[in-house]
Design a protein around this ligand. Structure first.
Ligand SMILES: Nc1ncnc2c1ncn2[C@@H]1O[C@H](COP(=O)(O)OP(=O)(O)OP(=O)(O)O)[C@@H](O)[C@H]1O
Length: 358
């Protein structure tokens, strides 16, 4: 991958005395699809707006391709933004909508016509030049909004929940369209969503945010398989997060049972949080399980059964398995060492736990 196209350096931003971004640092490499993911209000849109130039950071630097652009207005930045609301001009036809930015730039008619054709082909809407905005579906309107951004040949496309208003099927189709576009155009995408599945599907890199901080940044596989803390584990997919004690390297105790794992370097007798995904728990005969429990809830989900297995300590394990365990039946739980993820407890809890041990 190339060098970084955008660097946010020590960015902080408050609104009405409330800190929204706190000393945020982020590098986005050229030609990657980066998603800012997090719950509502965590600062995703504010980060995007600061990159786009629609909002000014209180402190810190926005660097584009090595040059600081803090004071550059949005229209002078080599980027375009697509918002959730398509913001097309309803009194103009599709061609006029796409041409709008190019006309302002004083491009020739022939150039503009070529660009319109090219962009409509890219978003699979060839021949739609003369259609009115009202005659298009939501998904088609959003594609036009993307076409309008693309004709400006930005190096960076900022997308703020662009699929948020679409129904599920259309969202999924558009996700694949956007990946294809990114690959064909070779431009950098920064995409904002609170939908973890969307982030996992589309991104080269996911930046998980919460309360103005970056919690973790990594590939979808890293974020899903190796969450760095309980927030990330909980926010991305479903998981069982249980207290454990790292006995020594590669052995963790959970509710009195010893599980082999592959993590090292946590020290001896160290309280930790353990993450186990529901699909990684194997249901076996009770005597073969590392832990034994009883099924207390069962739902058929089509591709698997969703079960709740309650162990004697009272913990309700979420299990996704094609092996059926009826409610009331005893069952053993086993987990492959590679599917056990160990995390440090948050600092304050860790201190408390150490305090108790002393
Ligand atoms: N112009 C503004 N004036 C005052 N507060 C603002 C302004 N813009 C954002 N905020 C506040 O900053 C916080 C972060 O907002 P932001 O839109 O960045 O979050 P978000 O993660 O994009 O959330 P969502 O997914 O709901 O859009 C929120 O508490 C929001 O109310």
């Amino acid at each position: 991958m190339g060098q970084s196209l955008i660097d946010l350096v020590n960015i902080s931003k408050s609104f009405d005395g409330t800190m929204v971004l706190d000393d945020l640092n982020l590098s986005v490499k050229e030609n990657t699809f980066v998603t800012l993911l997090g719950p509502s209000g965590c600062g995703k849109t504010t980060t995007l707006r600061i990159i786009g130039g629609f909002e000014k950071a209180d402190t810190g630097k926005v660097i584009f391709d090595g040059t600081e652009i803090n004071d550059l207005p949005p229209n002078k930045r080599q980027l375009n933004t697509v918002f959730q609301k398509y913001a097309l001009f309803s009194h103009m036809n599709i061609a006029e909508n796409i041409a709008f930015g190019l006309k302002i730039k004083g491009k020739s008619k022939a150039y503009i016509n070529d660009k319109i054709k090219y962009a409509l082909k890219l978003v699979n809407l060839d021949g739609y030049e003369k259609r009115t905005v009202d005659s298009l579906s939501g998904g088609q309107q959003q594609r036009i909004a993307i076409a309008r951004a693309i004709v400006n040949e930005p190096r960076l496309l900022l997308l703020d929940e662009p699929l948020g208003a679409l129904d599920l099927k259309l969202r999924q189709d558009m996700q694949y369209e956007l990946i294809r576009l990114k690959n064909e155009l070779g431009i950098t995408f920064i995409y904002v969503t609170h939908d973890q599945e969307e982030a996992l599907t589309m991104s080269d890199t996911i930046v998980v945010m919460n309360q103005g901080y970056i919690q973790q940044m990594g590939t979808p596989e890293q974020i899903y398989n190796e969450p760095e803390n309980a927030f990330v584990a909980d926010f991305i997919g479903e998981s069982n997060i249980v207290p454990g004690v790292m006995l020594h390297d590669e052995l963790v105790e959970i509710f009195g049972a010893k599980f082999a794992c592959v993590d090292r370097g946590f020290g001896v007798n160290k309280p930790v949080d353990v993450v186990i995904r529901p699909e990684d728990i194997e249901l076996v005969e009770p005597e073969q399980g590392t832990l034994t429990g009883t099924c207390t809830h069962l739902i058929f989900k089509g591709v698997h059964y969703e079960m709740e297995i309650t162990t004697p300590d009272g913990f309700e394990w979420l299990v996704h398995s094609t092996t059926l365990c009826p409610v009331g039946k005893k069952v053993g739980l086993r987990v492959d060492p590679f599917n056990i993820q160990i995390m440090n407890k948050p600092a304050s809890e860790d201190e408390e736990a150490v305090g108790v041990n002393e």
